[in-house]
Design a binder for this molecule. Structure first.
Ligand SMILES: [Zn+2]
Ligand SMILES: [Zn+2]
Length: 247
């Protein structure tokens, strides 16, 4: 057995306390020593989406506007019922999501999931009831590159805290689509068209679902997932995102 392997073995047998001596725990965002994943200051930096916002897509609307819909939603219908986001894709919330996805800091899914569960607890959908959570899937090649699906990891935490079921196998991505962030308006809906399908759809038949994504911006991905889920028999789909992308 190689020396490093022996050391790892020994540390594992001694548990986290020994590991902490070699690698003292610190915040994954600001490096402050002490907390193992995220410090209180970074967590307090998460900004929520302020009222008044559109009742469907949660974009900001003018103060005092008589209708509760934005201009876009007045003329457009979506396959999902409504979108709610825990916070804004900015500051430390943005840092956490980027670290989770691109630096493979999977542990950050725990504070992000706790944050989203706490948000869900505040009943952002009014009296809508849900049967389960369905994470936006990654294509299998992207999932194997990253080693995990960030939305599924966050969804697992939210499901555990909220007591909702997690349907992580019922929706799959069959086309390895380009990243939406790099595409202009109309290309975004084309990019995700027919990219998803349901599997074992009896699990979701008649169910009211919360589609969980890490970041929503133009909502084309969420809209296409919702279309496929409704076609697969779901009774209603609402979207829950950790953060709202800034347009
Ligand atoms: Zn920090
Ligand atoms: Zn809207």
């Amino acid at each position: 057995m190689a020396y490093t392997e022996q050391l790892a073995h020994l540390l594992k047998s001694l548990g986290n306390e020994a590991l902490d001596l070699v690698y003292p725990p610190s915040c994954l965002i600001c490096d402050t020593m002490g907390p193992r994943t995220l410090c209180a200051t970074c967590r307090d930096g998460f900004q929520s989406v302020e009222q008044p916002f559109c009742n469907v897509c949660q974009t900001a609307i003018e103060v005092g506007k008589s209708k509760s819909l934005c201009q876009n939603c007045e003329s457009r219908t979506y396959n999902f019922h409504s979108v709610r986001c825990g916070g804004l894709f900015d500051g430390t919330l943005r840092d956490c999501i980027l670290q989770l996805k691109y630096s493979y800091q999977k542990q950050l899914s725990i504070p992000l999931g706790e944050f989203l569960a706490e948000y869900l607890w505040s009943q952002p959908y009014g009296n809508q009831k849900f049967d389960g959570i369905i994470p936006v899937p990654l294509h299998k090649s992207r999932q194997s590159d990253r080693g995990f699906n960030q939305s599924e990891e966050i969804g697992r935490v939210v499901a555990r805290i909220s007591g909702l079921a997690l349907y992580s196998k019922s929706l799959v991505r069959i086309i390895n689509t380009k990243a939406q962030a790099g595409l202009a308006g109309a290309m975004r809906s084309q990019n995700v068209m027919d990219a998803f399908k349901t599997v074992d759809s009896h699990f979701i038949e008649g169910k009211s679902l919360l589609l969980l994504d890490d970041v929503v911006t133009t909502m084309e991905t969420a809209n296409e997932c919702a279309r496929v889920l409704i076609n697969g028999g779901a009774s209603r789909v609402s979207v829950l995102a950790v953060a709202r992308g800034l347009l």
